[in-house]
Ligand binder design. Sequence first.
Ligand code: AHR
Length: 502
Amino acid sequence: MSATIEVLLTEPIARIDPNVYGHFAEHLGTCIYGGFCPGDGSGVGLTGGLREDVVAVLRRVAPPNLRWPGGCFADDYHWQDGIGPAGERPRRINIHWGEVVETNAFGTHEFIELCRALGAEPYICGNVGSGTPRELRDWVEYCNWPGGTGWSDLRAAHGAPAPFGVRYWGVGNESWGCGGHFSPEEYAAEYRRFATYLRDFGGAELSLIACGPNGNDLDWTRRFFTALREGWGRTRIHGYGAHYYTGNRDAGAGTATDYTDDQWYQLLLKAQGMEALVVQQRALMDAFDPERRIGLIVDEWGAWHPPTPGRPPRFLWQQNTLRDALVAALTLDGFNRHADKVVGANIAQTVNVLQALILTEGDRLLTTPTYHVYDLYRPHQGARAVRALFAAPEVAFTHDGAERRLFGLAGSASTRGDTLTLTVVNPRIGEPIEATIHLRGDATAREVTETVLTHPDIRAHNTFDAPDAVTLSAPRPLAVAGRSFTHQFAPQSVTRLEVALG
Ligand code: AHR
């Protein structure tokens, strides 16, 4: 089996916005309580501070931003419940996620503390569905005005005299669904009304992010922008956030840890759908916004498997295998390849929920195969994406009695100074693939270092007893150099080649 990869060093695409490597934390299951904070593991309670182990591990992958408090939770969240002395905060029902009691022990100040500990920019999603423009405008003032107003003085009284300077604000979440079941026209009217009152208080230049489609729903996008265009000059909008889950229910791809070879390929094929979303949504947005002032964001994405037996179904806890790692890698490669079209993305969700990077149990923690992909792909953040062409025989497999085809090799390339980072996914089970890599442009490879994520078992995952079953290989210098060289990509793998250019 052979293939070619041409890296067109003189064909830059755009800078890869580090925000494409963003994260998401919702009050859902044990993401916040038990995940980011010590808790009793039931989704309730906060026994103080942040989990330093979780923060330390996540910091290693340089999270650029963290989206909070939801998700669906955001449109039933009233921020004033989450400020002031923890013991005095009201308890509410988390209506979307298992009707557990939300203590509000983790609120705005705790979120900002978490972002600072992580070195991540806060991205707050505001409540449109059950909230008011006034409530959201007041939250911005509370966070960003320096002092001398009721809200900013209250923030100072709660221990934070300096403004938080929160720039990223979502105006509702999934407004077509749990965020209010609006039509695109209704949401456009709501959006305009809310955005009118969200100002750059205190000089923090806001980036207002509108709710985009469910998957690649072009009708939502067309109707939303058509309705919004009527008040174009009066509407502040900087981002547009689509959601795309590689859902197993419709994909028919087994469970988180139990799947056949065909189901392995089927899930990867479903994940590949992200590329069509990015290309087609951006093309449609271009008709309304040809100068690309409004950035396309995918502020929720990831693999969503059927409920895990023995876990509360509304906690969305799931294991994470090598297959999920390939979903992450091919999605991030797609974002890199379309660095001119996508300016942000948030995997759902960072800890203990859906396609998590980290799982916790009591005091214990493990990093998932998906975490290792983020680690592997770190050099792409902020680098200059360059075009790379992959040619490899497709993989044929069967789904629902019909033959389907998946790419044979895929990936992305970026440069920073005189280093090229080439990441490559080989989806083939049990079959290595040898590729000739051609560097096109005025450069040659001086040194090449390979790091790989793979495992002989396609269902391999990390457990608390075997936390490093799936982990990165030690970086290995390769005995290759020049304008062209060959490399064998391991079966069912994600590989990073770091190439020193001369
Ligand atoms: O990430 C879990 C949920 O998925 C979010 O709350 C919602 O926005 C989406 O439907």
